[in-house]
Design a protein around this ligand. Structure first.
Ligand code: NZQ
Ligand code: ZN
Length: 381
C-alpha cells in the first residue's frame, strides 16, 4: 500500500423512501433558499419532482429552479447555473438526477463563488476552488458514482475538451433504488457498465504488489457483473438495482483508490470521444475497453489473469478480455463505434483529432502514445 489520507465528506441515506424520510433532516443545517437543479424533465414525468417540491414546501424553503442540464454537461450550462445561483443568492444546491446533473452542479457551486473563470483557474493555473455553495445529491440514475466524489466531468464545447474538474463533494447523497425504476433500459445498462469500468480502471493502475484495494475492486467488479446479468432477465429487479446502486457509489467514493495509483486511460479516451460526438459515456466505454485491454494485457499479465479468474471464472489473461467482450455483447451494449449515437459521423479524421487531444495517463500498466490511442480507436470502427 502507498501512503494515504482518507476522509469522507458525504453523508449517505440509502434505501426505499429515503427522500421522504431524510431530505428535510439532510437540508436542516443549511439556509432556506434552495436551487433545485435537474435535467431534461424525467423527474417531472416520474413523480420525483412533485415529491421533492412537496417536501421543500413543507419545510418552508424558497425554491429557484435550474433545469435543462444535458447529458455530458457543457461549460456554458455551468455558467448559466452559476449566474443564476449568484443572482438569486441561493444557500444550497439540491441536484436531482444522474452524473450529468451532479457534475454540472459541483462546478456551478464553485463558479458562483468566484469571478475568476474556473476552467482557466484549474486547467491553466492549477488552482482549485476553496469556496463553494454547499450541495446535496438525489440520485435518479446510478452508475457514475458522481454523488460521492468531488470530481466533475464537463465538456468545453469551444475548446473541444471533455475533462474532469475538481470541486467539492456533495454534503449528502440520497439513494433510493426505486427512483431508478423509470430509467430507460439502455441507460440502466450503460450506467452499470460505467461502474464496472471504474472498478477495472482503478484495479489496473500500475501497482508493485497486490493490496486490499485490489481485492475490494475485484469484489465490486464481480458483484456488478452478477447483478447486471440479473437485470438482463428482469430489468426491474429491485435487489439487483440496489446492489448496483451501491456498487456504483463504492466504485467512485475513493475507497478502491486508497493506497494505490489508478489507470483511467479508457476514460480519457472516452471523454475525448464524447467531446467530439456527445456519445453516451457508458456505451463509449463499452466499445473502447476490450480494444484498450488487448493493447496492454502483456504489460500486466498477472493482474489480467487474476481479473479473468475472479470476475469471469476463466483461466488466462486473454480469455478474461474475451469474456469481457462477450459480456458487453450479452448486455446489448455497443461493440463498435458505429453503434454509438453521435452528433457527427465518426470518421478516421475525427478519431485522429480525438486521439491527438486525448490525455495520456502515466500510471497505467504502460503509457500510450497519441498514435496508439488512434490505433485503438480505429480498431473499434
Ligand atoms: O435529463 P433527464 O430528463 O433527467 O434524463 C436523463 C438523461 O437523459 C435520464 N434519467 C435520469 N434519471 C432518470 C432518467 N430517465 C428516467 N427516469 C429516471 N429516474 O438519464 C439520462 C442520462 O443521465 P446522465 O446524468 O447524463 O447519465 P449518467 O449518470 O450516466 O451521467 C453521465 C455523465 O457523468 C460523467 C460522464 O462523463 C457523463 O458526462 N461522469 C462523471 C463521473 C464523476 N463525476 O465521478 C465519473 C464518470 O466516469 C463519468 O465520467
Ligand atoms: Zn465513468
Amino acid at each position: 500500500m502507498e501512503k494515504f489520507v482518507y476522509e469522507y465528506p458525504t453523508k449517505v441515506y440509502f434505501g426505499k423512501e429515503a427522500v421522504k424520510e431524510h431530505l428535510t433532516e439532510a437540508l436542516a443545517p443549511y439556509g432556506s433558499h434552495i436551487l433545485l437543479a435537474y435535467g431534461g424533465g424525467s423527474i417531472k414525468r416520474n413523480g420525483v419532482y412533485d415529491e421533492i417540491m412537496g417536501i421543500l414546501k413543507e419545510a418552508g424553503k424558497t425554491v429557484t429552479e435550474f433545469s435543462g442540464i444535458m447529458s455530458n454537461p457543457t461549460y456554458a450550462k455551468v455558467q448559466e447555473g452559476a449566474a443564476l445561483a449568484r443572482r438569486e443568492k441561493v444557500d444550497f444546491i439540491l441536484a436531482v438526477g444522474g452524473g450529468s446533473v451532479f457534475d454540472c452542479c459541483k462546478i456551478v457551486a464553485a463558479q458562483a463563488c468566484t469571478d475568476k473563470d474556473l476552467w482557466e483557474m484549474e486547467m491553466t493555473h492549477h488552482l482549485f476552488p476553496t469556496q463553494v455553495i454547499p450541495m446535496g445529491a438525489v440520485v435518479t440514475a446510478s452508475g457514475t458514482g458522481a454523488e460521492m466524489n468531488g470530481g466533475a466531468v464537463i465538456t468545453n464545447e469551444e475548446k473541444h475538451i471533455k475533462t474532469g474538474l475538481g470541486a467539492a463533494a456533495p454534503r449528502f447523497a440520497i439513494l433510493d433504488p426505486e427512483y431508478t425504476l423509470s430509467l430507460p433500459r439502455a441507460q440502466v445498462i450503460s450506467g452499470a457498465f460505467d461502474t464496472l469500468s471504474h472498478a477495472m480502471e482503478t484495479y489496473f493502475g500500475r501497482s508493485d504488489s497486490d493490496n486490499v484495494s485490489d481485492d475490494v475492486a475485484l469484489a465490486i467488479m464481480k458483484n456488478t457483473v452478477v447483478n447486471m446479468r440479473r437485470l438482463l432477465t428482469d430489468i426491474y429487479d429491485l435487489t439487483a438495482r440496489s446492489n448496483l446502486m451501491w456498487d456504483s457509489a463504492m466504485a467512485e467514493n475513493g475507497i478502491l483508490k486508497v493506497g494505490r495509483v489508478t489507470d483511467f486511460q479508457a476514460h480519457q479516451i472516452e471523454h475525448q470521444l464524447g467531446a467530439y460526438t456527445d456519445c453516451n459515456h457508458g456505451q463509449g466505454l463499452a466499445v473502447i475497453h476490450p480494444a484498450y485491454y488487448r493493447h496492454i494485457v502483456k504489460d500486466a499479465p498477472e493482474k489480467f489473469t487474476r481479473f479473468a479468474q475472479v470476475v469471469f471464472g476463466c483461466e488466462t489473461a486473454e480469455e478474461g478480455i474475451d469474456a469481457l467482450a462477450a459480456f458487453i455483447k450479452e448486455c446489448g451494449l455497443p461493440v463498435k463505434l458505429g453503434e454509438l449515437t453521435s452528433r457527427t459521423p465518426i470518421t478516421k479524421e475525427l478519431l485522429r483529432q480525438v486521439a491527438d487531444s486525448c490525455n495520456l495517463i502515466q500510471t497505467n500498466p504502460r503509457p500510450l502514445s497519441h498514435d496508439e490511442v488512434y490505433e485503438i480507436l480505429t480498431e473499434c470502427l
